[in-house]
Design a protein around this ligand. Structure first.
Ligand code: PDD
Length: 304
């Protein structure tokens, strides 16, 4: 099958050759032709949820976990599912195929719909589903090989961080400030404890070798990669704990890492001014990284 971009060239299409095919509510369309309403509540109120699922060798990783969380986020906000789960999975598969995506992500976004601006929405709004692909290195990135430095900053977000809403300005500002200070990610702190990374789950490995990540609650997004990695820990008999930890405990830890759909298991080698251990990714992190990679590289994909 021709890649979508090659196909456009072959057809002598007036569209730019690198144009993606995106999904916009009831059909696939070149990105330059996709339109949404000015009155969309996702645009005006941030009234929308999203999912980011990695694609590796053209397969979606932990797809069921992401679709389950999408359904939960929507239900928490009382937005109806725009389509049954299986149909959304079909759209994701078609986005991957139509764009010839080998390695990268599929982004899905559901807004409550469009109506005249009003804080109170009417119950009959039709949710808007959009989806697109992005090429990205998700396996064996320099960050995964060498590890990253994470900054520490106050958590600026609203109280319902368990819902994956498109209101990401707090995270975007925190990440930009961290980037300017030379860090690749930022761990957000509330009441003396780390909640999570701006776009990843935070983990430490204590000097006693226990793997620690915060328990799920309204304070954090229930990470899909977190869930898959915890399952691997249980299967492998690795000792782990779900509890909050402070910046000081993290800075004194033997190892640290982050997980997310786009970074898999990425070592953390510095937290704020503290270099962890010898400044290189630790053995437990390396083991989890290898286990996760092995699990998602199987043709049947994904440890659910
Ligand atoms: N973010 N916590 C936050 C705040 C996140 O935004 C993410 C993911 C995670 C990890 O969740 P998961 O393992 O399900 O990807 C934790 C995605 C990658 C993003 O916004 O691009």
């Amino acid at each position: 099958m021709l890649r979508a971009s090659a196909r456009l060239v072959a057809e002598g299409n007036r569209r730019a050759p690198m144009e993606r095919i995106v999904y916009r509510h009831d059909g696939f369309t070149p990105e330059s032709e996709a339109r949404i309403s000015l009155f969309d509540r996702g645009f005006l109120f941030g009234d929308a949820v999203y999912e980011v699922t990695a694609a590796l060798d053209g397969r979606l990783i932990d797809e069921d976990l992401h679709l389950e969380r999408l359904e939960r986020s929507l239900s928490e906000l009382e937005i109806p599912m725009p389509l049954p789960r299986a149909e959304i999975a079909g759209i994701q598969a078609e986005l991957v195929a139509r764009n010839g995506l080998k390695e990268g992500v599929v982004y899905l976004h559901v807004s409550r719909g469009a109506a005249d601006r009003d804080f109170i929405w009417s119950e009959d709004l039709k949710p808007l589903l959009i989806g697109f692909t992005q090429t990205k290195i998700v396996r064996d990135s320099p960050s995964q090989r060498e590890g990253i430095a994470v900054d520490l900053a106050p958590d600026p977000r609203w109280a319902r961080r368990d819902v994956k809403t498109a209101m990401l300005l707090g995270q975007a500002l925190a990440k930009r400030a961290a980037r300017r200070r030379g860090f690749q990610e930022v761990w957000l702190v509330e009441e003396g404890e780390i909640t999570e990374g701006a776009s990843s789950t935070a983990w430490i490995v204590t000097r006693e070798g226990r793997i620690v990540t915060r328990g799920n609650s309204w304070a954090v997004l229930p990470g899909c990669t977190r869930r898959a990695v915890l399952r691997l820990c249980a299967e492998q008999g690795l000792s782990f704990e779900e509890r909050a930890f402070s910046p000081e405990e993290a800075q004194a830890a033997a190892e640290a890492f982050v997980t997310s759909a786009t970074s898999f298991v990425t070592p953390v080698v510095r937290i704020g001014d503290e270099i962890l251990g010898d400044g290189r990714p630790g053995p437990t992190t390396r083991r989890l990284q290898a286990l996760y990679l092995e699990a998602v590289s199987k043709p049947e994909a994904a440890p659910a």
